[in-house]
Design a protein. Structure first.
Length: 147
């Protein structure tokens, strides 16, 4: 019985450690330009745009985390990959016919020095309120999910 409890506890701790660990410094050379819902007829996605200053290091790798703050189970990670010498980073979530509406999300852009995402340089986080008017959603045939 002790072994089962030990195994379960170990698995629980491992799962907790795989969650986003933001014990990294804030990125002072990143600004958020846009955080919005973008739609076309029948599809919709979240969009974020970041601008890196001229002082930003070159040849970095980017990863983005986004989480619904009203439901901690809604957590997504997207590896953007190498950004080279790019100064504008655009992120679009996967297009869908429905979207969580009128909720705060925590969006975190993490930049790394390596392709394996082991050497974190820092994080830039925002709390974003995503909202689409009901009339627009109806015209575009988008299902708005409200908790």
């Amino acid at each position: 019985m002790k072994i089962i409890i030990l195994v379960v506890t170990t698995l629980f701790l491992i799962s907790c450690s795989s969650a986003l660990n933001l014990n990294v410094p804030p990125l002072i050379f990143v600004d958020t330009h846009v955080g919005n819902i973008v739609s076309e007829k029948g599809t919709v996605h979240y969009m974020m745009r970041y601008k890196l200053s001229d002082e930003a290091p070159m040849n970095l790798f980017a990863r983005l985390h986004y989480q619904d703050l009203t439901n901690k189970k809604v957590f997504h990670t997207t590896d953007i990959g190498s950004i080279g010498n790019v100064k504008i980073i655009n992120f679009n979530s996967t297009p869908s016919s429905k979207i969580i509406n009128k909720q705060f999300f925590k969006i975190s852009l993490l930049l790394y020095k390596d392709a394996n995402y082991n050497q974190s340089l820092g994080v830039h986080s925002d709390q974003v309120w995503f909202e689409m008017p009901d009339t627009v959603a109806e015209i575009l045939k988008i299902e708005l999910i409200k908790d």
